[in-house]
Design a protein. Structure first.
Ligand SMILES: [Zn+2]
Length: 212
């Protein structure tokens, strides 16, 4: 699957090689010499401690920075069952609505400040972003779960009421919804098929109440 638009770096950002580990998620704050030539050693890990317990995105996902704008994607390095915790959202900062931000409440938008920002939208997503529990889980409706090598995706209207940059989805799913601009523009029977965050459910209830 591929999309034209993702929550990723703007076109001006140069996509070169995968950044080194232990970047603390701050992809663009690394000194160039460190980023290109001197991959630092990852922090000590023990295979007995799963990466989703000891947060370490370098063990959970691999970001592909493809040539051209809006062409990055991220692939899973782990296999997990449906509903399992994939990662915790542990470095958010409050933000204004942007193509990289994630809505975490009625009036709260955050920047992820980590490689989670490279998780694309799909209409048949592998993951959900639960912004009440601040964690990313394998889509509970995905019977096959998440497999190593799968593209990591979530359904952007499950967090976003009104997106900063609507786009035409090219996820290739038979369930593809086409234009994605946020939950506010989608039919209830379409949204019904998806896991949604509470703030989206609340905003939908408000909208239904106003229409009644
Ligand atoms: Zn789609």
């Amino acid at each position: 699957m591929s999309q034209l638009v993702s929550k990723m770096a703007p076109p001006s950002a140069t996509a070169t090689t995968t950044p080194p580990p232990a970047s603390n998620g701050k992809l663009h704050s690394l000194p160039p010499s460190t980023a290109k030539n001197k991959p630092t050693s990852p922090p000590p890990t023990d295979p007995a401690i799963p990466a989703w317990v000891q947060p370490d995105l370098n063990r959970l996902l691999r970001v592909e920075h493809n040539p051209g704008s809006f062409a990055s994607r991220s692939l899973s390095l782990v296999t997990l069952p449906a509903g399992a915790t994939f990662a915790r959202i542990n470095s958010p900062t409050p933000a204004t609505v942007a193509y990289t931000s994630v809505q975490a409440g009625r009036d709260l938008h955050i920047e992820l400040n980590s490689d989670l920002v490279y998780i694309n939208h799909s209409c048949d997503p592998t993951l959900i972003f639960d912004m009440q529990r601040w964690e990313v889980r394998v889509n509970p409706d995905r019977e096959a779960g998440l497999r190593e090598g799968d593209e990591l995706t979530f359904f952007y209207p499950s967090t976003e009421w009104a997106m900063a940059q609507p786009f035409d989805c090219l996820c290739g799913s038979t369930q593809c919804k086409g234009r994605i601009s946020g939950a506010k523009d989608m039919r209830l029977d379409v949204l019904d098929a998806y896991w949604l965050n509470k703030h989206i459910e609340d905003l939908l209830a408000d909208k239904a109440g106003m229409a009644a």
